[in-house]
Write a protein that binds this ligand. Structure first.
Ligand SMILES: Cc1cc2nc3c(=O)[nH]c(=O)nc-3n(C[C@H](O)[C@H](O)[C@H](O)COP(=O)(O)OP(=O)(O)OC[C@H]3O[C@@H](n4cnc5c(N)ncnc54)[C@H](O)[C@@H]3O)c2cc1C
Length: 263
């Protein structure tokens, strides 16, 4: 059984800062991590491997050369093969072009039974890439799962819905996007496993290697056009209430009503 996990390197912050002049992300000084939802997807893939010992877990990421670090991390956690898609042709890709590159690579690498993605990347936050890969490969998709098991060549997926869960049975191949249960503590690899991961199979692919058409990649292949990115304006208003405590409470209630915080 062939499992693919799509993983993205993201800045270690949920408060991405934007340069107001250039409209680009400020990455300097912000350390990078494996996107937490993808980290959880890796953990689930390894759980599937544990109960299906013939399974091979491939991790794949599209990004700059430094994204190799998150692939090494996934290999250290126990994944078998790492693939980095890195090429100037991928730069400027929107989610659709990213999904095209990832699905082209998955097809090129070989047979896929289950593709696991995070629900979303904590920097881009669109939650589009997983469903778009499924659409480009023309396979079923199940989103917002927090557990996937494979039994009798079928995927059993526990999927979050409002106030509960759906249990879904899907034929293979299927794409699943994963969301972590609340307060879940992600495991980190030991030093020994980090060292062992350095000798696991790792491949870097260009657009030509995955036989991707250049017109579907980068800005040219991106149907989304971003006109402007800017941080929201924050206004801080200060009101000093200089009166007795009872009157102050009435005054605070009045202000909260005026500002529509309470009715
Ligand atoms: C016009 C345009 C130009 C852009 N140019 C650039 C650019 O030059 N450089 C740049 O870094 N970003 C660029 N982006 C952003 C880039 O398109 C997104 O970061 C990327 O498509 C992933 O989207 P997301 O972060 O919303 O991921 P989501 O859709 O929220 O991610 C869901 C899941 O998909 C998988 N996934 C997402 N991205 C990857 C990946 N790269 N590799 C493997 N798995 C992945 C992961 O499993 C992840 O959990 C651009 C976006 C637009 C719209």
């Amino acid at each position: 059984m062939n499992i693919f996990v799509c993983i993205k390197q993201v800045p270690d912050t949920t408060e991405v800062k934007i340069n107001p002049e250039t409209g680009t992300l400020i990455r300097a000084g912000v350390p990078s991590i494996l996107n937490p939802y993808d980290h959880f997807a890796v953990v689930n893939a390894l759980k599937i491997k544990k109960s299906n010992p013939d399974a091979v877990v491939n991790v794949i990421s599209m990004g700059p050369p430094q994204a190799k670090a998150v692939i090494q991390m996934a290999l250290a956690l126990g994944c078998d093969n790492g693939y980095l898609l890195s090429d100037a042709a991928f730069a400027g890709s929107d989610t659709w072009a990213t999904a095209y590159a990832l699905s082209s690579a998955i097809k090129k690498i070989g047979k896929y039974d289950i593709i696991i993605c995070g629900m979303q990347a904590i920097d881009g936050d669109t939650a589009q890439v997983g469903p778009q890969i499924a659409s480009q490969l023309n396979i079923p998709q199940v989103t917002f799962a927090d557990n996937v098991e494979i039994e009798n060549k079928k995927a059993l997926i526990k999927r979050h819905i409002d106030d509960g869960y759906d249990t879904i049975e899907s034929p293979l191949p299927v794409l699943v996007t994963m969301v972590m249960p609340k307060d879940y503590e992600l495991p980190f690899p030991s030093f020994v496993n980090i060292t062992k991961a350095l000798s696991k199979p790792f491949f870097t692919y260009t657009a030509d290697d995955i036989m991707a058409k250049k017109e579907y990649l980068g800005l040219k292949g991106s149907p989304t056009q971003v006109n402007r990115i800017y941080p929201p304006q924050r206004e801080v208003k200060t009101t000093v209430i200089n009166t007795t405590s009872v009157e102050a409470v009435d005054k605070i209630i009045e202000i909260l009503k005026q500002e529509n915080f309470i009715k």
